[in-house]
Design a protein around this ligand. Structure first.
Ligand SMILES: [Zn+2]
Length: 421
């Protein structure tokens, strides 16, 4: 399930956070862009490849020449809007002068030849079970409970899938690491560390003297309280940024799989709405809005992704995984009704969207969103827990939802690496 942008944060984004005098950053915890890091991508991409990725994947809604201008020989990228300084990225001419982009990860075709150790031998996969779960599930708004049934907690469920998945991937020879391995935050910070930042954000959005606390989860004014904003800065902004640091500097995988379960709005967490709607979709990074491109950090991170050519690899893995998961689950594709996501690839299940995790992890990232947790069918399967073999659920013989999820992901990876390694 994906975080929606809270109202106050959306408003406050109109006011920029400034780390250095000249930086226009998207949030108080964002890193200043290290523009020098783009130098290594000189002459690694042709004009046509750059144009294609920019206009089809990353900025399908258009890109203003105030920020990125594409000339025949080079792309000019705005560094500093006040000083009007620009970075010139020279294109490769097809063939001769082209240099390989320097990467910290390996595509399927660059892996050492397959040994007896298994189809995925040597492949470094990091599993990122979405959310934190445990004692934090209610704060994250990833918890609901219907009557006497066991509570549904996405952060626990994603970890369960990750553990089953790790076992299967290791049997195939993969080197598997966990971005989060328990129901505890990866970030060392806690909500109280962000009270000042929360106050500043609320002030920037026009709330002069925000209330400190809210009474209950259904308090209509909770988004304007210091507590709610500081909790979001903790479990979302700070947590995902810490996970990115871990992925980029410690784990350094060839591929990250972000594991989530989806949901439809459930209303009251203690009297949730159950629905018949159920669906599946997968996400890769892309589809930036023009206001996101205006932020120096997001523009830089977008270019870093584009130039590292993660898309070429992740879209193929996502398509293969989507086909395999659709076959295992029988779920129809989710259809976005908003323009923050753009359908990409060939399966009909994959969208590009600018999520923090898919943007910050510096390698191919595939983000899974199967199953609507509050659909009657999925809810019954969650209540049945994890088990081996098949069981009748609502009159249909089914495997455990966790094993079905893990098996679908494995089938997709096997299909992709069998063909492309
Ligand atoms: Zn989620």
């Amino acid at each position: 399930m994906i975080f929606r942008l809270p109202l106050v944060l959306a408003v406050s984004l109109l006011f920029c956070f400034r780390a250095r005098a000249a930086d226009h950053l998207s949030n108080p915890l964002a890193d200043s862009p290290n523009w020098k890091a783009l130098a290594k991508f000189q002459k690694t991409i042709t004009h046509d490849e750059f144009e294609q990725l920019l206009r089809r994947v990353y900025c399908p809604h258009g890109i203003s020449e105030e920020f990125i201008r594409v000339d025949p020989d080079a792309a000019c990228i705005l560094l500093d809007r006040d000083a009007q300084s620009w970075f010139t990225l020279r294109f490769a001419t097809a063939g001769r002068t082209r240099q390989a982009p320097p990467l910290g990860w390996r595509a399927a075709h660059a892996l050492p030849r397959r040994k007896k150790a298994g189809l995925l031998s040597g492949l470094k996969i990091a599993l990122d079970p979405g959310h934190i779960g445990g004692a934090w599930a209610k704060m994250e708004e990833r918890w609901f409970k219907s009557g006497d049934a066991a509570p549904v907690e996405e952060g626990e469920m994603t970890l369960k899938v990750a553990k089953l998945l790790a076992e299967k991937l290791r049997e195939l020879g993969a080197r598997v690491s966990f971005v989060r391995a328990k129901t505890e935050p990866v970030t060392p910070f806690r909500p109280d560390d962000f009270r000042e930042a929360a106050r500043a954000m609320l002030k920037a959005s026009g709330t002069e003297n925000p209330p400190e606390e809210f009474k209950a989860p259904d308090d209509p004014l909770k988004e304007q309280t210091v507590r709610w904003q500081s909790e979001i800065l903790f479990y979302r902004t700070s947590e995902i940024r810490e996970r990115a640091r871990r992925v980029n500097s410690k784990l350094r995988p060839d591929l990250v799989l972000c594991l989530h379960f989806n949901a439809e709005a459930w209303g009251d967490e203690r009297n949730p709405t159950l629905t018949d709607v159920n669906h599946l979709h997968l996400l890769v990074n892309g589809s930036y809005s023009s206001s996101e491109i205006e932020f120096d950090d997001e523009r830089f991170e977008m270019l870093q992704r584009l130039l590292s050519r993660s898309y070429d690899e992740e879209i193929q893995i996502a398509d293969a995984a989507a086909v395999a998961m659709a076959k295992k689950t029988g779920l129809p594709p989710y259809q976005y009704t908003t323009d923050n996501a753009t359908k990409v690839g060939t399966s009909g299940y994959v969208y590009s969207r600018n999520l923090v995790a898919t943007r910050l992890y510096r390698c191919p990232v595939v983000y899974f969103e199967p199953y609507v947790m509050n659909s009657s069918d999925v809810f019954a399967r969650i209540q049945a827990g994890d088990y081996e073999g098949m069981r009748a659920i609502n009159g249909v013989e089914r495997p455990s939802i966790y094993r079905e999820y893990a098996d679908g992901v494995v089938d997709g990876l096997v299909e992709y690496y069998k063909t492309n390694r």
